[in-house]
Design a binder for this molecule. Structure first.
Ligand code: ATP
Ligand code: MG
Length: 321
């Protein structure tokens, strides 16, 4: 069994990209590994400025993860800020991180290019993320493709520290699923909570259906045969389809003579069926918020006990203790 770690930001409602890129892997990996999954509220501070909203988002994501099948008997679920050791470790790591390493990070550059105002927290967030990963001696980090560069940054930071002070941190590896590493959003770009192009996992079926019907498409004529590979609607449909259904849809693309509306309807139906059980479980969990609170508290205790040991190792290595 491996120590698997991953986090999700409470910056809004989780979407298909979060599920197929990351959350699905959390659940697949939890049986045979030691999973540590956290709600990244410290990371969210750079974009959620409303206290009540942040608290609500944290609770919502906890409910979502449990409803989707994350099992607190198998995995450790906790809130990032409940483990203050991580913030202490972050400072130690920041002091050994070259500016250039962070300046090269594309996620930061992309957000700035989109006009999202940047603060020092956003710029240095790969270092906090490195602290998240290293604090638990994580070996495997299941993420979407957008996070691969940050895992490299983490390895770089850990390598520098180990080189400077002696073997202290475990080297983590990213775990990316090829077929869902970058789920497209309603505008055809990477689906992202901060790009306003998401299709949510939970919520009323009708408005979600409307959003699906509004996904951007080109205006090629219906008769024209089309190549399915790389087409965003085909990619979205494939998330929910078995291989037979996918082949059928691919054949329809190649034949031509269909409207994109048909594909969208198929996506809507397949996604509703796919998430129906999780939605029902969420309704039940909402009636038992005390249970969710207990899960998070037990998770934080377990996580702290691991992080405290690793922090001590880093403090001793660097001369703070
Ligand atoms: P934000 O815009 O606030 O950064 P986000 O939508 O990118 O939000 P995160 O909480 O940053 O979501 O990411 C949680 C996990 O979901 C990460 O492992 C990330 O790699 C993965 N992920 C996010 N978007 C996608 C996507 N479109 N396809 C595949 N995986 C994704
Ligand atoms: Mg993100």
């Amino acid at each position: 069994p491996k120590r698997v770690l991953s986090g999700i930001q409470p910056t809004g409602r989780p979407h298909w990209g979060n599920y197929f890129g990351a959350i699905r892997q959390y659940i697949q990996l939890q049986d045979e590994n030691d999973g540590f999954y956290f709600i990244a509220d410290l990371h969210a501070l750079t974009s959620v400025r409303d206290a009540a909203q942040l608290r609500q988002n944290v609770m919502d994501i906890a409910l979502d993860l449990l409803a989707l099948g994350l099992d607190p008997k198998q995995a450790t679920l906790f809130v990032q800020s409940h483990v203050p050791e991580v913030s202490e470790l972050c400072w130690i790591l920041l002091s050994g991180t070259p500016m250039g390493l962070l300046q090269r990070c594309v996620a930061y550059k992309e957000k700035v290019d989109k006009g999202i105002p940047a603060d020092a927290g956003l710029f240095t967030y790969p270092v906090l993320q490195a602290a998240d990963i290293l604090a638990y001696d994580s070996q495997l980090v299941p993420v979407g493709a957008d996070q691969v560069q940050h895992i490299e940054v983490c390895r770089d930071i850990a390598g520098r520290f180990n080189h400077q002070y002696g073997e202290t941190f475990v080297m983590p590896k990213a775990n990316v699923l090829d077929d869902s590493a970058k789920v497209p959003g309603t505008d055809g770009e990477k689906m992202s909570k901060s790009y306003d192009n998401t299709l949510p996992l939970f919520g009323e079926v009708k408005p979600i259906r409307k959003q699906i019907m509004r996904i951007t498409t080109d205006s090629r004529p219906m008769e024209e045969p089309k190549e399915p590979a790389g087409h965003h609607l085909f990619q979205l449909y494939s998330l929910f389809a078995d291989s037979g259904q996918r082949d059928e849809m691919a054949a329809m693309y190649r034949r031509g003579g269909f409207g994109y509306g048909e594909v969208k309807k198929a996506i809507a139906e397949a996604s509703e069926a796919y998430f129906a059980d999780a939605r029902a479980r969420r309704v039940d969990l909402e009636k038992n918020l005390d249970y969710v609170g207990e899960v998070l508290q037990a998770g934080a205790e377990r996580a702290r006990s691991v992080a405290a040991e690793v922090l001590l190792r880093a403090q001793q290595a660097s001369g703070l203790k």
